[in-house]
Design a protein around this ligand. Sequence first.
Ligand SMILES: Cc1cc2nc3c(=O)[nH]c(=O)nc-3n(C[C@H](O)[C@H](O)[C@H](O)COP(=O)(O)OP(=O)(O)OC[C@H]3O[C@@H](n4cnc5c(N)ncnc54)[C@H](O)[C@@H]3O)c2cc1C
Length: 360
Amino acid sequence: MSAEPKDVWVYLQHTKSGLTSDSYEVLAAGRKVADKLGQKVVAILIGLEVGSMAKEAVAYGSDEVLYVDDPAYETYFNLRYIDAISAMVAERRPYAFLFVANELGKDLAARIAFRAGTGLATDNVQLEVEDYTNPVLGSFKDLLIQVRPDFGTRLARIYTPRHRPQMATIRAGNFAPLRPDQKRRGKMERFVPPVKEYPAKVKEVVELPPPEVDLRGADVVISLGLGVLKDGSGRPRDPREAYQYALKLKDAVEKRHHLKVEVGATRALIYAEVKELEGLIDKANQVGQTGTTVNPQLYFAVGISGALQHRVGMRGSQKIVAINTDPSAPIFKIAHYPIVGDLYEELPKLIELIGGGVTA
Ligand SMILES: Cc1cc2nc3c(=O)[nH]c(=O)nc-3n(C[C@H](O)[C@H](O)[C@H](O)COP(=O)(O)OP(=O)(O)OC[C@H]3O[C@@H](n4cnc5c(N)ncnc54)[C@H](O)[C@@H]3O)c2cc1C
């Protein structure tokens, strides 16, 4: 067992076709933290025939890959995986351990943290490294600071100084993958987990169909907020009209610029369960802290105030167009192209500008 905890571990997820896109992000997050700590990034890879993915992990930023390559690990079975990873943690004692904050990452990270007797900060949108002094606990050098949206309107900085590894899940969409460097060389080490019998078996794995709304894969996102319910003078409007405008704008951008466009929404609009929008907008369209994080080339925030929980899901957009009747709406603080006005007047103008000809 090593004396002091060291290295930043990142857990890599994969499918039959290779590492998932989130895995490149967790590698980038790990690299950022490890460089600040002056430590190594160790990628944890578990499955069958993981060799090519291990090389990929090195190209994308890891210094070492600690892997399990065994038919028993071909399909995900959480108890087996948790035993294997917990054995790795107990033997090697990492300093920090990062996972992607999706279903699989959360399933693993929480249980591994429990086994390791450490904490877990979930859904981080930033990671920092700083010295930290607490009047009761004392001073700590090079602490991983986990930054995540609070329940209110703030970003919380989480300090977990006493236990190692410091564990965190990161929200996909917040850490840009590194440019691959195929010349990088890394150490590959096979780990043989303890053999154990389990009372349950995985009989079949059923792949879910791909999501109908692919917000993360979109070049342009047009998001609608509660503003669609009224016009600029406060008179109720049928929100289907705004939705149709969004579709026309989508069509115009796709045809004219050959970009992939998706329609997004705020949580407030989805939770409002507006009858007219039934079947048109649902949870799959939600952008934000509890929805999808997007980083498109262009983001349209239409009738959206720009609450923190929405902003954390779209602030990485390269350009932001915001349409809002209220000039003091927080969305204007981050908008590159602010349009103060009624969305029912401004959207047709934009469609005309981009694609020409509009009928709602
Ligand atoms: C734990 C937690 C998690 C959350 N997660 C998310 C999340 O993932 N995503 C998310 O979006 N929210 C989330 N929220 C909710 C968030 O706090 C806000 O309530 C929500 O984003 C507001 O949505 P909105 O901008 O559509 O509505 P509002 O804040 O009501 O804003 C509507 C805006 O429309 C403007 N407007 C009105 N009429 C017009 C018009 N005709 N033309 C132009 N503008 C007009 C108004 O000026 C106003 O600024 C979360 C909240 C909590 C507590």
